[in-house]
Design a protein around this ligand. Sequence first.
Ligand SMILES: Nc1ncnc2c1ncn2[C@@H]1O[C@H](COP(=O)(O)OP(=O)(O)OP(=O)(O)O)[C@@H](O)[C@H]1O
Ligand SMILES: [Mg+2]
Length: 348
Amino acid sequence: MRHTDNISMQPSATMISVEHLEKSFPISYRISAWIKHRGAPPRRTVLHDICLSVRRGELFGLLGPNGAGKTTLLKVLATLAIPDRGAIVVDGIDAATDALGVKARIGLCTSEERSFYFRLSARENLTFFGAMVGLHGKPLERRIKEVVEVVDLEADLDRRFDGYSSGMRQRLTLARALLSDPEILFLDEPTRAVDPIHAESLRTLIKQELVQRRGKTVVLATNLLDEAWNLCDTVAVLRAGRIAAIGPPKSLDARFMGMRLLRYQITVDRIDDAIMARTRAIAGLARLDAAPCADGFVLDVEVEQSGPALTELLRAVSANGVTVRNLVSQEARPLEVFTDLTREQIHG
Ligand SMILES: Nc1ncnc2c1ncn2[C@@H]1O[C@H](COP(=O)(O)OP(=O)(O)OP(=O)(O)O)[C@@H](O)[C@H]1O
Ligand SMILES: [Mg+2]
């Protein structure tokens, strides 16, 4: 076998590649205004120049507040909505020329429970949707058994859908997406309306069973910061239809928390105006207030995270014979990072 043949047999490490994707929707418009302007209805762009790449076997998070464009992006990736421009390649298949080929590789899981038949049992629903993806008879029965085992719904398979709780509905939605055993799963807010215990078991299922054990590639949309941060290998933060940041959660922490001021409360045995004046001159010290307390004084301090201001401050007070009794760090939490990332005015 030639060397090149060997290379061509290796599946590409990139499962999904998106380049310069844009999507707009017509703005609802009064007929009279239409007649006046005569042209096509005006449109509003909801996805701007989206570029991203999802690795094979990766758990990729789309994190953003309501209206950021997460569902729209998932629908475009799933070829349910046509983009205005840009390129999408899924497992080597160009979505623009072979949407069916893309559909055959993906399972889309939205929380649109209206797409189930309420009066039918879960088994009947899955039988119907299984037929839609070309499964029938014994193979379909076997497949239903397998997928309900994965989502732990075996005991409730013959209950009517309208008797299902929200969490069970979410799990059934996941089971439906798994029927065709797709390589790629698009999960739109899979833990929405699920209580914390079931939400955690769904996350474990997604990460351990689907991604780590079965090697699926998962793109998961969420507006829960902790979910994205703790679950995903890579997170793309969407803000008003644009990618505000993208990378492993840790790298986003470093990038955005580095810009923040960190706050500390330092208890010292004594302090005076002269020491305060000297320490206030330290570069990177944004705030220094002192208030008496039972143990002496509490210094309320804000420093730039990236610089040595805290170390210099501690050195300066010690050099003046002050004893530091306690230091409590009040670090920027991910929630604040999220607020920064999704705020309109963003630096970097
Ligand atoms: N079919 C549509 N027609 C017109 N505008 C739409 C349509 N679908 C979505 N939009 C608009 O696109 C923007 C992005 O919506 P989208 O549902 O993708 O956001 P999202 O991030 O999924 O929000 P949520 O967290 O609320 O689910 C919103 O401003 C929404 O109003
Ligand atoms: Mg949505």
